[in-house]
Design a protein around this ligand. Structure first.
Ligand code: HEM
Length: 394
Protein backbone atom coordinates (compact mmCIF):
# COMPACT_ATOMS: atom_id res chain seq x y z
CA UNK A 1 0.00 0.00 0.00
CA UNK A 2 1.20 3.50 -0.78
CA UNK A 3 1.20 6.05 2.05
CA UNK A 4 -0.95 9.17 1.74
CA UNK A 5 2.23 11.19 1.30
CA UNK A 6 3.48 8.95 -1.53
CA UNK A 7 0.09 9.23 -3.28
CA UNK A 8 0.23 13.02 -2.93
CA UNK A 9 3.77 13.16 -4.34
CA UNK A 10 2.96 10.87 -7.30
CA UNK A 11 -0.21 12.83 -8.12
CA UNK A 12 1.76 16.09 -7.98
CA UNK A 13 4.01 14.68 -10.77
CA UNK A 14 1.06 14.51 -13.22
CA UNK A 15 1.60 17.94 -14.90
CA UNK A 16 5.34 17.24 -15.33
CA UNK A 17 4.52 13.85 -16.86
CA UNK A 18 2.04 15.45 -19.25
CA UNK A 19 4.84 17.74 -20.42
CA UNK A 20 7.90 15.48 -20.26
CA UNK A 21 6.35 11.98 -20.36
CA UNK A 22 7.58 11.07 -23.84
CA UNK A 23 11.03 12.52 -23.18
CA UNK A 24 11.22 10.35 -20.04
CA UNK A 25 10.01 7.17 -21.72
CA UNK A 26 12.27 7.83 -24.74
CA UNK A 27 15.26 8.10 -22.42
CA UNK A 28 13.97 5.11 -20.44
CA UNK A 29 14.17 2.88 -23.52
CA UNK A 30 17.70 4.10 -24.32
CA UNK A 31 18.84 3.22 -20.78
CA UNK A 32 16.91 -0.08 -20.66
CA UNK A 33 18.14 -1.40 -24.00
CA UNK A 34 21.74 -0.19 -23.53
CA UNK A 35 21.98 -1.96 -20.15
CA UNK A 36 20.01 -5.05 -21.22
CA UNK A 37 20.55 -5.51 -24.97
CA UNK A 38 19.04 -9.03 -24.76
CA UNK A 39 15.64 -7.31 -24.34
CA UNK A 40 15.88 -6.34 -28.02
CA UNK A 41 14.71 -9.93 -28.56
CA UNK A 42 11.41 -8.95 -26.93
CA UNK A 43 10.77 -5.32 -27.87
CA UNK A 44 9.50 -4.44 -31.31
CA UNK A 45 12.37 -2.37 -32.66
CA UNK A 46 10.16 -0.88 -35.40
CA UNK A 47 7.89 0.58 -32.70
CA UNK A 48 11.00 1.94 -31.02
CA UNK A 49 11.95 3.78 -34.22
CA UNK A 50 8.45 5.11 -34.82
CA UNK A 51 8.15 6.32 -31.21
CA UNK A 52 4.78 4.56 -30.83
CA UNK A 53 5.89 2.45 -27.90
CA UNK A 54 7.35 5.36 -25.94
CA UNK A 55 4.06 7.25 -26.40
CA UNK A 56 2.04 4.24 -25.20
CA UNK A 57 4.27 3.83 -22.14
CA UNK A 58 4.19 7.59 -21.42
CA UNK A 59 0.36 7.45 -21.48
CA UNK A 60 0.42 4.51 -19.06
CA UNK A 61 2.79 6.23 -16.61
CA UNK A 62 0.75 9.44 -16.86
CA UNK A 63 -2.51 7.55 -16.22
CA UNK A 64 -0.94 5.83 -13.23
CA UNK A 65 0.10 9.16 -11.66
CA UNK A 66 -3.27 10.75 -12.40
CA UNK A 67 -5.34 7.89 -10.98
CA UNK A 68 -2.95 6.65 -8.30
CA UNK A 69 -5.65 7.35 -5.68
CA UNK A 70 -8.29 5.43 -7.69
CA UNK A 71 -6.55 2.72 -9.68
CA UNK A 72 -9.86 1.05 -10.61
CA UNK A 73 -10.09 3.64 -13.44
CA UNK A 74 -7.11 2.05 -15.23
CA UNK A 75 -7.99 -1.62 -14.65
CA UNK A 76 -9.14 -2.06 -18.28
CA UNK A 77 -5.76 -0.78 -19.50
CA UNK A 78 -3.93 -3.00 -17.02
CA UNK A 79 -5.75 -6.05 -18.40
CA UNK A 80 -4.96 -5.09 -22.02
CA UNK A 81 -1.27 -4.56 -21.21
CA UNK A 82 -1.03 -7.76 -19.10
CA UNK A 83 -2.52 -9.77 -21.98
CA UNK A 84 0.03 -8.24 -24.37
CA UNK A 85 2.86 -8.91 -21.90
CA UNK A 86 1.67 -12.53 -21.51
CA UNK A 87 1.81 -12.96 -25.29
CA UNK A 88 5.39 -11.64 -25.20
CA UNK A 89 6.57 -13.89 -22.37
CA UNK A 90 7.31 -11.02 -19.95
CA UNK A 91 8.36 -12.47 -16.59
CA UNK A 92 8.66 -11.18 -12.98
CA UNK A 93 12.44 -10.91 -13.31
CA UNK A 94 12.06 -8.31 -16.09
CA UNK A 95 10.25 -5.82 -13.82
CA UNK A 96 13.23 -4.64 -11.73
CA UNK A 97 15.15 -3.92 -14.97
CA UNK A 98 12.30 -1.77 -16.28
CA UNK A 99 11.79 -0.12 -12.86
CA UNK A 100 15.40 0.94 -12.43
CA UNK A 101 15.62 2.32 -16.01
CA UNK A 102 12.36 4.25 -15.52
CA UNK A 103 13.50 5.79 -12.23
CA UNK A 104 16.87 6.67 -13.74
CA UNK A 105 15.10 8.42 -16.65
CA UNK A 106 12.75 10.33 -14.31
CA UNK A 107 15.70 11.43 -12.18
CA UNK A 108 17.72 12.51 -15.22
CA UNK A 109 14.94 14.49 -16.94
CA UNK A 110 12.97 15.92 -13.99
CA UNK A 111 15.61 15.82 -11.24
CA UNK A 112 12.77 15.92 -8.71
CA UNK A 113 14.71 15.05 -5.55
CA UNK A 114 15.06 11.95 -3.38
CA UNK A 115 11.62 12.00 -1.81
CA UNK A 116 9.85 12.01 -5.19
CA UNK A 117 12.07 9.24 -6.58
CA UNK A 118 11.36 7.15 -3.46
CA UNK A 119 7.59 7.66 -3.89
CA UNK A 120 7.81 6.64 -7.57
CA UNK A 121 9.87 3.58 -6.63
CA UNK A 122 7.04 2.52 -4.27
CA UNK A 123 4.39 3.34 -6.89
CA UNK A 124 6.24 1.35 -9.56
CA UNK A 125 6.53 -1.57 -7.14
CA UNK A 126 2.76 -1.62 -6.61
CA UNK A 127 1.97 -1.44 -10.34
CA UNK A 128 4.64 -4.03 -11.19
CA UNK A 129 3.12 -6.44 -8.66
CA UNK A 130 -0.33 -6.02 -10.19
CA UNK A 131 1.11 -6.96 -13.62
CA UNK A 132 3.27 -9.79 -12.26
CA UNK A 133 0.31 -11.42 -10.47
CA UNK A 134 -2.06 -11.06 -13.43
CA UNK A 135 0.52 -12.32 -15.92
CA UNK A 136 1.38 -15.29 -13.69
CA UNK A 137 -2.33 -16.19 -13.59
CA UNK A 138 -2.57 -15.87 -17.39
CA UNK A 139 0.47 -18.12 -17.93
CA UNK A 140 -1.08 -20.74 -15.64
CA UNK A 141 -4.51 -20.47 -17.29
CA UNK A 142 -3.02 -20.75 -20.79
CA UNK A 143 -0.91 -23.77 -19.87
CA UNK A 144 -3.70 -25.61 -18.03
CA UNK A 145 -6.43 -25.23 -20.67
CA UNK A 146 -7.19 -28.32 -22.76
CA UNK A 147 -4.69 -28.12 -25.62
CA UNK A 148 -2.88 -25.27 -23.88
CA UNK A 149 0.85 -24.68 -23.47
CA UNK A 150 3.33 -22.19 -22.03
CA UNK A 151 5.90 -20.10 -23.88
CA UNK A 152 6.00 -21.06 -27.56
CA UNK A 153 4.90 -24.17 -29.44
CA UNK A 154 5.89 -25.18 -32.97
CA UNK A 155 3.11 -24.91 -35.55
CA UNK A 156 3.28 -26.03 -39.17
CA UNK A 157 1.82 -23.92 -41.95
CA UNK A 158 -0.62 -26.43 -43.47
CA UNK A 159 -2.24 -24.10 -45.98
CA UNK A 160 -1.80 -20.60 -47.38
CA UNK A 161 -4.59 -18.74 -49.12
CA UNK A 162 -4.33 -15.36 -50.80
CA UNK A 163 -7.37 -13.35 -49.69
CA UNK A 164 -6.50 -10.09 -51.49
CA UNK A 165 -3.46 -8.81 -53.41
CA UNK A 166 -1.94 -7.88 -50.01
CA UNK A 167 -3.50 -10.22 -47.43
CA UNK A 168 -2.66 -13.93 -47.21
CA UNK A 169 -4.15 -16.35 -44.68
CA UNK A 170 -1.84 -18.84 -42.98
CA UNK A 171 -3.47 -21.97 -41.55
CA UNK A 172 -1.43 -23.30 -38.62
CA UNK A 173 -1.53 -26.70 -36.92
CA UNK A 174 0.73 -27.86 -34.07
CA UNK A 175 3.66 -29.96 -35.23
CA UNK A 176 3.08 -32.31 -32.23
CA UNK A 177 -0.37 -33.03 -33.78
CA UNK A 178 -1.99 -32.45 -30.38
CA UNK A 179 -5.13 -30.45 -29.70
CA UNK A 180 -5.00 -26.67 -29.54
CA UNK A 181 -6.63 -24.48 -26.90
CA UNK A 182 -9.88 -22.76 -27.65
CA UNK A 183 -9.83 -18.98 -28.01
CA UNK A 184 -12.44 -16.26 -27.91
CA UNK A 185 -13.07 -14.44 -31.18
CA UNK A 186 -11.02 -11.23 -31.18
CA UNK A 187 -7.92 -12.73 -29.52
CA UNK A 188 -4.44 -12.89 -31.08
CA UNK A 189 -1.37 -15.09 -31.04
CA UNK A 190 2.26 -14.02 -31.18
CA UNK A 191 4.66 -15.36 -33.78
CA UNK A 192 8.34 -15.50 -32.80
CA UNK A 193 10.92 -15.51 -35.57
CA UNK A 194 14.27 -14.08 -36.53
CA UNK A 195 14.29 -12.76 -40.10
CA UNK A 196 17.54 -13.26 -41.98
CA UNK A 197 19.94 -10.37 -41.47
CA UNK A 198 18.33 -9.32 -38.17
CA UNK A 199 20.49 -9.45 -35.05
CA UNK A 200 17.51 -10.10 -32.77
CA UNK A 201 14.40 -12.24 -32.63
CA UNK A 202 11.17 -10.44 -33.55
CA UNK A 203 7.78 -11.01 -31.93
CA UNK A 204 4.54 -9.90 -33.56
CA UNK A 205 0.89 -10.31 -32.68
CA UNK A 206 -1.66 -11.45 -35.26
CA UNK A 207 -5.40 -11.64 -34.63
CA UNK A 208 -6.95 -15.05 -35.17
CA UNK A 209 -9.08 -14.51 -38.26
CA UNK A 210 -11.65 -17.30 -38.08
CA UNK A 211 -13.99 -19.07 -35.68
CA UNK A 212 -12.28 -21.72 -33.54
CA UNK A 213 -12.32 -25.03 -35.44
CA UNK A 214 -10.46 -27.35 -32.97
CA UNK A 215 -7.77 -28.29 -35.54
CA UNK A 216 -5.61 -25.19 -35.48
CA UNK A 217 -5.48 -21.46 -36.01
CA UNK A 218 -5.75 -19.10 -38.93
CA UNK A 219 -4.05 -15.72 -39.14
CA UNK A 220 -4.35 -13.35 -42.10
CA UNK A 221 -1.27 -11.25 -42.67
CA UNK A 222 -0.94 -8.05 -44.67
CA UNK A 223 2.12 -7.35 -46.74
CA UNK A 224 3.39 -3.78 -46.18
CA UNK A 225 4.58 -1.90 -49.25
CA UNK A 226 6.22 1.08 -47.54
CA UNK A 227 9.95 1.44 -46.96
CA UNK A 228 9.67 2.69 -43.35
CA UNK A 229 10.68 -0.68 -41.90
CA UNK A 230 7.04 -1.54 -41.13
CA UNK A 231 5.93 -5.06 -41.88
CA UNK A 232 9.35 -6.59 -41.18
CA UNK A 233 7.84 -9.84 -39.90
CA UNK A 234 4.68 -9.76 -42.04
CA UNK A 235 6.67 -9.27 -45.23
CA UNK A 236 9.10 -12.00 -44.16
CA UNK A 237 6.18 -14.39 -43.64
CA UNK A 238 4.87 -13.52 -47.12
CA UNK A 239 8.19 -13.82 -48.91
CA UNK A 240 10.00 -16.62 -47.09
CA UNK A 241 7.40 -19.00 -45.70
CA UNK A 242 5.59 -21.77 -47.51
CA UNK A 243 3.32 -24.70 -46.69
CA UNK A 244 5.21 -27.21 -44.51
CA UNK A 245 7.35 -24.58 -42.75
CA UNK A 246 7.28 -24.20 -38.96
CA UNK A 247 6.69 -21.10 -36.83
CA UNK A 248 6.82 -20.55 -33.07
CA UNK A 249 3.46 -19.54 -31.64
CA UNK A 250 2.26 -18.41 -28.18
CA UNK A 251 -1.17 -19.26 -26.73
CA UNK A 252 -4.09 -16.96 -27.69
CA UNK A 253 -4.27 -13.78 -25.61
CA UNK A 254 -6.13 -10.46 -25.66
CA UNK A 255 -9.15 -8.85 -24.07
CA UNK A 256 -10.78 -7.43 -27.21
CA UNK A 257 -13.42 -10.15 -27.32
CA UNK A 258 -17.15 -10.50 -27.88
CA UNK A 259 -19.03 -9.66 -24.69
CA UNK A 260 -21.25 -12.47 -23.43
CA UNK A 261 -24.60 -10.71 -23.89
CA UNK A 262 -27.61 -10.97 -26.21
CA UNK A 263 -27.25 -7.41 -27.47
CA UNK A 264 -27.07 -6.73 -31.20
CA UNK A 265 -23.51 -6.49 -32.49
CA UNK A 266 -22.04 -4.00 -34.96
CA UNK A 267 -18.62 -5.01 -36.30
CA UNK A 268 -16.72 -2.14 -37.94
CA UNK A 269 -13.36 -2.58 -39.63
CA UNK A 270 -10.99 -0.98 -42.07
CA UNK A 271 -8.41 -2.84 -44.22
CA UNK A 272 -6.62 -5.67 -42.42
CA UNK A 273 -8.49 -4.63 -39.25
CA UNK A 274 -11.07 -7.05 -40.63
CA UNK A 275 -9.17 -10.02 -39.13
CA UNK A 276 -10.60 -10.06 -35.55
CA UNK A 277 -14.01 -9.03 -37.01
CA UNK A 278 -14.01 -12.03 -39.33
CA UNK A 279 -13.42 -14.28 -36.31
CA UNK A 280 -16.32 -12.58 -34.50
CA UNK A 281 -18.57 -12.72 -37.57
CA UNK A 282 -17.91 -16.42 -38.16
CA UNK A 283 -18.38 -17.21 -34.47
CA UNK A 284 -21.64 -15.25 -34.19
CA UNK A 285 -23.17 -16.65 -37.37
CA UNK A 286 -22.30 -20.24 -36.39
CA UNK A 287 -24.08 -19.92 -33.06
CA UNK A 288 -27.49 -21.53 -32.82
CA UNK A 289 -29.09 -18.79 -30.75
CA UNK A 290 -29.09 -15.97 -33.27
CA UNK A 291 -27.83 -12.55 -32.32
CA UNK A 292 -28.43 -9.57 -34.61
CA UNK A 293 -25.19 -8.86 -36.48
CA UNK A 294 -24.24 -5.85 -38.60
CA UNK A 295 -20.96 -5.82 -40.49
CA UNK A 296 -19.42 -2.57 -41.72
CA UNK A 297 -16.15 -2.59 -43.64
CA UNK A 298 -14.01 -0.04 -45.42
CA UNK A 299 -11.46 -1.05 -48.07
CA UNK A 300 -9.61 0.44 -51.02
CA UNK A 301 -11.90 -1.43 -53.42
CA UNK A 302 -13.71 -4.74 -53.72
CA UNK A 303 -10.53 -6.54 -54.78
CA UNK A 304 -8.85 -5.47 -51.52
CA UNK A 305 -11.82 -6.51 -49.36
CA UNK A 306 -10.71 -9.71 -47.62
CA UNK A 307 -13.30 -12.47 -47.04
CA UNK A 308 -15.79 -10.70 -49.37
CA UNK A 309 -17.14 -13.97 -50.81
CA UNK A 310 -17.72 -15.34 -47.31
CA UNK A 311 -19.56 -12.14 -46.38
CA UNK A 312 -21.76 -12.29 -49.51
CA UNK A 313 -22.77 -15.86 -48.62
CA UNK A 314 -23.75 -14.82 -45.09
CA UNK A 315 -25.75 -11.87 -46.46
CA UNK A 316 -27.51 -14.24 -48.88
CA UNK A 317 -28.41 -16.52 -45.97
CA UNK A 318 -29.63 -13.41 -44.09
CA UNK A 319 -27.25 -14.09 -41.23
CA UNK A 320 -25.80 -10.59 -41.35
CA UNK A 321 -26.61 -7.08 -42.53
CA UNK A 322 -23.52 -5.74 -44.36
CA UNK A 323 -22.39 -2.28 -45.51
CA UNK A 324 -19.16 -1.86 -47.45
CA UNK A 325 -17.43 1.45 -48.13
CA UNK A 326 -14.94 1.48 -51.02
CA UNK A 327 -12.59 4.30 -51.91
CA UNK A 328 -12.59 3.17 -55.54
CA UNK A 329 -15.64 1.53 -57.07
CA UNK A 330 -16.69 0.20 -60.43
CA UNK A 331 -20.37 -0.49 -59.97
CA UNK A 332 -22.12 -0.30 -56.64
CA UNK A 333 -24.46 -2.96 -55.34
CA UNK A 334 -26.86 -2.55 -52.48
CA UNK A 335 -25.09 -2.04 -49.13
CA UNK A 336 -22.03 -0.61 -50.91
CA UNK A 337 -20.98 3.03 -50.73
CA UNK A 338 -18.22 5.17 -52.16
CA UNK A 339 -15.85 6.83 -49.71
CA UNK A 340 -14.70 6.40 -46.14
CA UNK A 341 -16.92 4.68 -43.57
CA UNK A 342 -19.76 7.07 -42.76
CA UNK A 343 -21.99 5.81 -39.97
CA UNK A 344 -24.42 8.70 -40.58
CA UNK A 345 -25.33 7.11 -43.94
CA UNK A 346 -26.53 3.92 -42.28
CA UNK A 347 -27.26 4.82 -38.67
CA UNK A 348 -31.02 4.40 -39.21
CA UNK A 349 -30.34 0.73 -39.98
CA UNK A 350 -28.39 0.16 -36.78
CA UNK A 351 -30.25 -1.05 -33.70
CA UNK A 352 -30.40 0.82 -30.43
CA UNK A 353 -28.45 -0.70 -27.55
CA UNK A 354 -25.93 -2.40 -29.87
CA UNK A 355 -22.36 -3.22 -28.92
CA UNK A 356 -19.81 -1.76 -31.33
CA UNK A 357 -16.49 -3.46 -32.09
CA UNK A 358 -13.95 -1.46 -34.11
CA UNK A 359 -10.59 -2.37 -35.63
CA UNK A 360 -8.53 -0.67 -38.32
CA UNK A 361 -6.09 2.18 -38.83
CA UNK A 362 -6.04 4.53 -35.81
CA UNK A 363 -7.21 7.57 -37.86
CA UNK A 364 -10.19 5.58 -39.07
CA UNK A 365 -11.00 4.33 -35.56
CA UNK A 366 -10.82 7.86 -34.16
CA UNK A 367 -13.24 9.07 -36.84
CA UNK A 368 -15.65 6.18 -36.16
CA UNK A 369 -15.39 6.73 -32.40
CA UNK A 370 -16.33 10.40 -32.91
CA UNK A 371 -19.23 9.47 -35.21
CA UNK A 372 -20.55 7.05 -32.57
CA UNK A 373 -20.18 9.65 -29.84
CA UNK A 374 -22.15 12.09 -32.04
CA UNK A 375 -24.86 9.43 -32.19
CA UNK A 376 -24.81 9.32 -28.36
CA UNK A 377 -23.37 5.81 -28.19
CA UNK A 378 -21.83 5.39 -24.73
CA UNK A 379 -18.19 4.40 -24.13
CA UNK A 380 -19.40 1.17 -22.50
CA UNK A 381 -20.91 0.13 -25.86
CA UNK A 382 -17.68 0.74 -27.79
CA UNK A 383 -14.86 -1.83 -27.88
CA UNK A 384 -11.78 -1.41 -30.04
CA UNK A 385 -8.46 -3.00 -30.87
CA UNK A 386 -5.38 -1.08 -31.92
CA UNK A 387 -2.79 -3.02 -33.92
CA UNK A 388 0.47 -1.89 -32.30
CA UNK A 389 0.99 0.14 -29.14
CA UNK A 390 -2.31 1.54 -27.89
CA UNK A 391 -2.36 5.28 -27.28
CA UNK A 392 -6.12 5.30 -26.58
CA UNK A 393 -8.82 6.76 -28.84
CA UNK A 394 -10.81 8.86 -26.44
C1 HEM B 1 3.87 -3.13 -24.14
C2 HEM B 1 3.31 -0.62 -20.03
C3 HEM B 1 6.53 -3.50 -17.87
C4 HEM B 1 7.81 -5.17 -22.22
C5 HEM B 1 3.42 -2.22 -23.21
C6 HEM B 1 2.41 -1.22 -23.44
C7 HEM B 1 2.27 -0.51 -22.30
C8 HEM B 1 3.18 -1.06 -21.32
C9 HEM B 1 1.34 0.67 -22.08
C10 HEM B 1 1.63 -1.02 -24.75
C11 HEM B 1 0.57 -2.08 -24.76
C12 HEM B 1 -0.44 -1.99 -25.87
O1 HEM B 1 -0.93 -0.94 -26.13
O2 HEM B 1 -0.74 -2.98 -26.49
C13 HEM B 1 4.11 -1.21 -19.08
C14 HEM B 1 4.15 -0.81 -17.68
C15 HEM B 1 5.05 -1.63 -17.06
C16 HEM B 1 5.59 -2.52 -18.08
C17 HEM B 1 3.31 0.31 -17.08
C18 HEM B 1 5.50 -1.67 -15.63
C19 HEM B 1 4.78 -1.39 -14.57
C20 HEM B 1 7.18 -4.19 -18.85
C21 HEM B 1 8.29 -5.09 -18.64
C22 HEM B 1 8.67 -5.54 -19.87
C23 HEM B 1 7.78 -4.94 -20.86
C24 HEM B 1 8.90 -5.46 -17.29
C25 HEM B 1 9.80 -6.49 -20.20
C26 HEM B 1 11.03 -6.12 -20.32
C27 HEM B 1 6.84 -4.74 -23.10
C28 HEM B 1 6.87 -5.07 -24.52
C29 HEM B 1 5.71 -4.50 -25.08
C30 HEM B 1 5.04 -3.82 -24.00
C31 HEM B 1 7.92 -5.90 -25.24
C32 HEM B 1 5.25 -4.58 -26.54
C33 HEM B 1 5.49 -3.33 -27.26
C34 HEM B 1 6.57 -3.31 -28.26
O3 HEM B 1 7.38 -4.21 -28.35
O4 HEM B 1 6.60 -2.32 -29.01
N1 HEM B 1 3.86 -2.12 -21.91
N2 HEM B 1 4.99 -2.24 -19.28
N3 HEM B 1 6.89 -4.13 -20.20
N4 HEM B 1 5.75 -4.00 -22.83
FE1 HEM B 1 5.31 -3.20 -21.03
Amino acid sequence: MLTDNEIKIIKASTPALAEYGEQITGRFYQILLAKNPELKNIFNMTNQKSGNQKQALAMAVYAFSKYVDNLSVILGDVERIAQKHASLGIKAEHYPLVGSALLEAIEEILNPGEEVIAAWASGYGILANVFIEREKALYEENAQKAGGWSDTRDFIIVKMHQETPLITSFYLQPSDQGVVSEYTAGQYISIYLQPEGQAYQQIRQYSLSGAFDKKGYRISVKKELNDQGEGLVSNYLHSQFKVGDTVKVTPPCGEFVLQKTDNPVVLISGGVGITPMQAMLETLTQQTESREVHFIHGAQDRQHHAFKNELDLLVEKQKVDAHCFYQQVDTLSSGEYQGLIDIQKIHNLLPAGAEYYICGPVVMMKAIYQQLKDLKVSDEQIHYEVFGPNKSLA
